[in-house]
Design a protein around this ligand. Structure first.
Ligand SMILES: [Zn+2]
Length: 476
């Protein structure tokens, strides 16, 4: 976006927690594909007299997320009523958190082309989801299966200046909640949703703009990117005309990213927040915090930094390995107990040839990840060439054969007998006097002799050893 304007973006991300039951009742929280209104009770419907009982597991998951995002924890926390009227909200209010959110003042470090950047987290709080309105044939149908499902809301500071930063943040955040088993964050199922707060200012200005446009209910990162593009263009045009875009909430027209005005933005007073009288105050003990902290796995960025530092793996390869838990667990199992020279090669083979096989070929049930380790060891130990190792890997992967057996059948074992190599090198030198003469003038020309010798050796020798030997013999 080459322009006179700079983006100012803040995000609110909703993540559906992975709990068995809903936030304030015992209804099954896994409502995906269930018949409408089959996961409901008087609490979900907000019937008079129904009392909410907070889900302890959900609160633990919210604390875990807050800790992972470097937040401070409000050890005295409470729930509040956020009042608004909407058909999918039968109580007339949503139980959320107002002035004592579970977590506050945290941050996430993201990586951009310009390096690492810290995005501030204003707050993390626990709330409940609403029901769902389905509009069809001029009618509105209501499904309350989603009503009361636990949601964690993560509110960022307006720290984003480019679309790339927003994307990097959303992906890292999704990775973090998945690593922690807080949420499956499956956007197709609506388990992770975004609200965008966006405005523009002239480049070089340092104060925040006097307006903010909010776009709600964005269901995927790709749509979020399109909305940013759309709004950038729309707001730039208004500013170019010397006007100020209206402070408002806009809705999505479709998945193209186009937005339309919905209403001028409510302010907090419109929600008439007040403490939820049916739920006692909640105390989060230091013991509870420490116990949750102790259960946490190493987070993606820390893991990536450690791979780069400890194993000398390049950043892109490390990023590919930390993609998800299954990918890094497989890697960590493979490298357990190995020395660093093997680990860095395994990382390359794993994310290169192995990933490509996973994507393109059927895996034989007899293939074990330890076979990849065996193959890479043979390469590092100069027992087989890289080119042959690729073939061995493919055969093992698709046929389940043991790498050592494939190497033996194919005659891939490198000739390590230097006497045998020397014999062939001498023969090649004797047969190519013209090439020897050229190579003595220009060492680059020696590659022809190396090639001839490698052909005689049927490729089963270490090319560097052969090259060294050729250079040594013609220099005499
Ligand atoms: Zn219920």
């Amino acid at each position: 976006m080459d322009s006179n304007y700079e983006l100012i973006i803040g995000l609110e991300v909703h993540v559906q927690s992975k709990t068995k039951s809903k936030m304030f009742c015992s209804c099954d929280a896994n409502y995906f594909n269930a018949a409408p209104n089959s996961h409901v009770c008087p609490v979900c419907f907000g019937l008079p007299g129904a009392l909410p009982v907070p889900n302890k597991r959900a609160i633990e998951l919210c604390i875990k997320t807050a800790l992972a995002l470097n937040c401070k924890i409000n050890q005295n926390t409470k729930f509040d009523r956020k009042n608004y009227f909407y058909p999918d909200l039968p109580k007339g209010f949503q139980i959320s958190q107002y002035d004592q959110p579970i977590g506050y003042e945290g941050y996430i470090d993201i990586e951009t082309k310009e390096g690492k950047k810290r995005i501030g987290i204003t707050r993390i709080h626990q709330e409940e989801d609403t029901g769902k309105s389905i509009h069809s044939n001029g009618e509105t149908l209501l499904d309350y299966n989603k009503s009361g499902v636990p949601l964690i809301e993560i509110v960022s500071e307006p720290d984003f200046r480019t679309k790339e930063e927003v994307t990097a943040y959303c992906k890292r955040l999704r990775q973090i909640v998945r690593y922690l088993s807080v949420s499956t964050a499956d956007m197709e199922k609506g388990e992770m949703r975004f609200e965008l707060n966006m405005s523009l200012r002239k480049r070089g200005e340092s104060t925040l703009p006097k307006y903010k446009v909010e776009v709600k209910n964005i269901a995927s990162i790709s749509v979020l990117e399109k909305v940013i593009d759309y709004e950038f263009k729309r707001q730039s045009e208004i500013l170019d005309n010397g006007e100020l875009p209206q402070q408002e909430t806009r809705g999505l027209v479709d998945m193209s990213g186009q937005t339309v005005s919905q209403r001028t933005k409510e302010n907090e007073a419109d929600y008439r927040y007040f403490p939820e009288p049916d739920i006692p105050l909640i105390e989060i003990s230091q013991d509870m915090i420490e116990q949750i902290r102790a259960e946490m796995v190493e987070l993606p960025q820390a893991k990536k930094d450690r791979y780069v530092k400890e194993y000398n793996i390049d950043a892109d390869t490390a990023e590919a390995i930390i993609t998800d838990s299954a990918t890094y667990v497989t890697f960590e199992n493979m490298i357990a107990g190995l020395s660093p020279n093997y680990i860095v090669e395994i990382a390359k083979w794993y994310t290169g040839d192995y990933f490509s096989l996973v994507n393109n070929k059927e895996r034989h049930s007899g293939f074990l990840d330890s076979m990849l380790v065996d193959i890479v060891k043979m390469v590092v130990d100069k027992k087989i060439t890289r080119a042959n190792a690729k073939e061995v890997l493919e055969i093992s992967y698709t046929q389940g054969s043991k790498p050592e057996e494939v190497v033996e059948q194919k005659g891939f074992e490198i000739v390590s007998d230097t006497g045998a190599i020397a014999e062939i090198v001498e023969k090649v030198i004797a047969n190519n006097p013209k090439a020897v003469e050229d190579a003595q003038k220009n060492p680059n020309a020696a590659m022809f002799l190396v090639g001839q010798a490698m052909r005689e050796l049927k490729g089963q020798a270490d090319a560097q050893t052969v090259k060294d030997m050729v250079l040594e013999k013609i220099s005499k």
